[in-house]
Design a protein around this ligand. Structure first.
Ligand SMILES: [Zn+2]
Ligand SMILES: [Zn+2]
Length: 553
């Protein structure tokens, strides 16, 4: 007599990001992915968003392990927070690059006791009532895998993120043979990536990007800066190869770019020709037409290397007219504004900017509609539950399943917190469980469910600074001494000095902004907020609420 399989998504459905799924059988649990999401603009002061995993808190002892499909933040980013809360004795499984990235992340959070187990595709591992197997897939990061979990009831497959790239950069296409075998054996449930359910046809192959980059490079006279996701190690490889073909050397800029390339290099996912790398400190003296700088910041992230270059605030790279900046990435939904702002700053400096609208210098890591149909046809699932997508894409993915002949009753369009239960009699949604978001502010994690609560907590713990700055409407310079009001800030008797320093910080930020011709009030307030919050934290080791008010006269 078989039991009941329960598949409970805690994140990733009805949204893009923070993928996390609880799989239960015989009261034992395997968690697939522990991802995060980056905050939207209205989540002021929030650094990260995690899935609310309260459901697992009372069940920590039942967890057999956590399996990570690949090293992207929306699949691995919440791992330190989850383990810190549920216990470092939970083993974590994944492919070597994924585990190396997990290790580096856990080290940063001082979680050194966690057991990380490398698992190669094809290896079968028994954990509790589950047989676990990883299947090699292609995606925009090496070592991506689909996760097959087998119980007495049958096998379920979580695809992770994937595309069917027939000519990947490392020559290792996804394991369609194994997928087809699973289909022949009879797959119980498919939980598939829905990210590109709205794009018809086939996604372009990653290896088509390299020659296009080379074409772009060959037209450039000055220095070239290429920005892409640091974890897209094969893209960085193609940048290196295109640079070499044009007689240029490569410098890596940005912490995560250097970190990921180092990890990728140690595992053999990227190779550099002898003498190809230029150190960051050598960049300024290197001939412009002999250099490609590979940088973080493709999403316009506030503290990224490219954003700092665009604001003329990078310690090693000073951009100038005649340089070309190549965006080998598209903005993730929600980041468009930050990317556009960065692009415009670059134009202001006099750089040329090449984006995916000008040349096909990016390939998505997610399969398009025909690839999703191919997946469905290979594994022939009895039930389908679309994963990884907003409600629109989940609906579209469901329609694709019906289009390839899966009956409507077998397609389950779910949402976070809604468990799908499968037993010998069939499949159905069960009663909803608690799910939601957890906000992370700095390194703190709280079960704060909305921003108002978080604000109250911040006010009660660390107080508030209100800073009123008065700027000239003509040229944006500061025209009066900034006013600083505070309540509830626990100073140790250095209040006067700190207040003076705060005024200096405000003046410095404003004159920098004036020099950069930043006039929009909300942008100024944002800059002041960033600078002041950083300064106050440095000085007081606390995070009071910082409320800058800019008045134009
Ligand atoms: Zn993803
Ligand atoms: Zn991914």
């Amino acid at each position: 007599m078989s039991g009941t399989l329960r598949v409970l998504p805690l994140g990733g459905l009805g949204e893009i990001g923070k993928n996390m799924t609880v799989v239960e059988y015989d009261d034992r649990i395997v968690v697939v992915d522990t991802g995060l999401r980056f905050p939207t603009a209205d989540m002021m002061g929030i650094d990260l968003v995690l899935p609310d995993f309260a459901y697992l808190r009372e069940r920590a002892d039942d967890i057999e392990g956590i399996v990570i499909t690949h090293g992207h933040e929306d699949h691995i980013g919440a791992l330190p927070f989850v383990l810190r809360e549920l216990g470092q004795d939970i083993p974590v499984f994944g492919r070597p690059l994924t585990m190396a990235m997990a290790r580096s992340k856990l080290d940063e959070h001082k979680l050194r006791e966690v057991e990380l187990e490398d698992l190669d595709p094809g290896d079968k591992l028994e954990i509790g009532p589950f047989d676990l197997e990883l299947i090699h897939m292609t995606h925009s990061i090496p070592d991506a895998a689909a996760v097959a979990l087998t119980t007495d009831l049958g096998t379920m497959l979580v695809t992770g993120d994937y595309k069917f790239d027939q000519t990947p950069v490392d020559g290792q296409p996804g394991d369609v043979t194994r997928l087809a075998e699973l289909g022949r054996e009879g797959l119980l449930l498919l939980c598939g990536d829905s990210t590109n359910a709205d794009r018809s046809g086939w996604s372009p192959t990653e290896s088509a990007v390299g020659p296009k980059l080379e074409e772009v490079f060959s037209r450039c006279k000055g220095r070239i800066v290429v920005t892409s996701f640091a974890s897209n190690i094969h893209r960085v490889q193609q940048v290196v190869d295109a640079a070499a073909a044009c007689g240029r050397k490569v410098a890596l800029v940005g912490r995560s770019m250097r970190k990921n390339v180092n990890i990728g290099r140690s595992l053999g996912h990227i190779t550099f020709p002898e003498g190809m790398l230029v150190q960051a400190r050598e960049i300024q003296d290197f001939p412009d037409d002999k250099l490609v700088i590979c940088s973080t910041g493709s999403q316009g992230e506030p503290l990224s290397a490219l954003r700092r270059m665009a604001h003329r605030d990078h310690p090693q790279v000073e951009l100038h007219a005649g340089d070309t900046v190549v965006f080998s990435a598209t903005p993730i939904p929600g980041n468009e504004r930050a990317v556009n702002e960065t692009v415009d700053r670059l134009f202001h400096i006099g750089c040329d900017v090449v984006t995916t609208r000008d040349a096909p210098i990016h390939a998505s890591g997610h399969g398009y509609v025909e690839e999703m149909k191919l997946m469905l046809n290979l594994v022939k699932p009895r039930y389908v539950m679309p994963f990884h997508g907003d409600f629109k894409r989940i609906r579209l993915h469901g329609q694709l399943a019906e289009a390839v002949g899966i009956s409507r009753e077998s397609v389950f369009r779910g949402m976070n917190g809604l468990p799908l239960e499968i037993d010998e009699k069939g499949a159905r949604f069960a009663e909803a469980e608690h799910s939601g978001m957890i906000f992370v502010d700095g390194v703190d994690i709280g079960d704060v469910t909305d921003v108002a609560l978080r604000d109250r907590r911040m006010l009660s713990a660390d107080g508030i600074f209100v800073v009123v700055a008065t700027v000239s409407a003509q040229d944006g310079t500061s025209v009066a001494e900034p006013e600083v009001i505070f309540r509830g800030v626990p100073f140790r008797d250095e209040a006067d000095r700190v207040l003076d320093e705060i005024r200096d910080t405000v003046e410095a930020s404003l004159s920098r902004a004036a020099k950069d011709e930043i006039r929009e009030i909300d942008l100024l307030q944002e800059i002041l907020h960033t600078d002041l919050a950083g300064f106050v934290y440095d000085r007081l080791k606390r995070r009071p609420m910082v409320l800058p008010v800019v008045v134009e006269v």
